[in-house]
Ligand binder design. Structure first.
Ligand SMILES: [Zn+2]
Ligand SMILES: [Zn+2]
Length: 195
């Protein structure tokens, strides 16, 4: 990200979005905080309203949603298998040593019952699984379409804000701009003040 330092009390901002340089219709607040003092810690913050467009705010949200989105779906049959296995283990380990043959018979029955149940319910769970999978895939496609709609080829970043306020010292403020075009416009607007 190009870094721009500016020495000014009042900063002029271009009227375009910091991510895509299309006309801005909103602003975002960027804040820097610093602490001073060793015994008594004082924190001080400064913020700036940076022009942005609502499409770019939207594509950040969509990308974050996509990152967290999973198309993984559980299958009912694997849940039955897991339950059967747990029951079998509990029976096998809870009986005494002299009852091992009984334990073996009961464990075998549980395993057989589990297999039978899985075979009987498999078509049903498979249908549910496929439906759920298709719904998830459709949701993902919908998110991807929304991303395509909101982003444009000039967007500098997709998943994070295209501007960072790194902090200040006296009247010098430092920003990182992801969009070089925006950094140029910013420098032009604040001629003679950028270092
Ligand atoms: Zn934008
Ligand atoms: Zn953008």
């Amino acid at each position: 990200m190009p870094i721009v330092q500016i020495s000014a009390r009042i900063i002029r901002w271009p009227e375009v979005c910091a991510c895509c340089c299309r006309p801005a219709d909103t602003t975002i607040l960027v804040t820097a905080t610093r602490t001073k003092g060793k015994r008594v810690i004082q924190t001080e913050s400064k913020s700036w309203h940076v022009p942005y467009c609502s499409n770019c705010l939207e594509h950040i949200k969509v990308v974050q949603e996509l990152k967290q989105f999973s198309t993984a779906v559980g299958h009912g049959s694997s849940l039955i298998a897991l339950c059967g296995l747990i029951v079998a283990i509990i029976i096998y380990t809870s009986l005494d040593d002299n009852e091992t043959s009984l334990a073996k018979v009961m464990t075998g029955l549980v395993v057989l019952a589990t297999i039978g149940l899985i075979l009987m319910t498999y078509p049903y769970f498979q249908r549910i699984y496929e439906e759920e999978k298709a719904t998830r895939e459709a949701e993902k496609q919908n998110l991807e379409q929304r991303l395509h709609m909101y982003r444009c080829s000039n967007c500098a970043t997709l998943d994070v804000l295209a501007v960072e306020y790194n902090g200040w010292y006296g009247t010098v403020h430092e920003f990182s701009f992801a969009n070089e075009e925006f950094a140029k416009l910013f420098k032009n607007m604040n001629k003679g003040k950028c270092l």
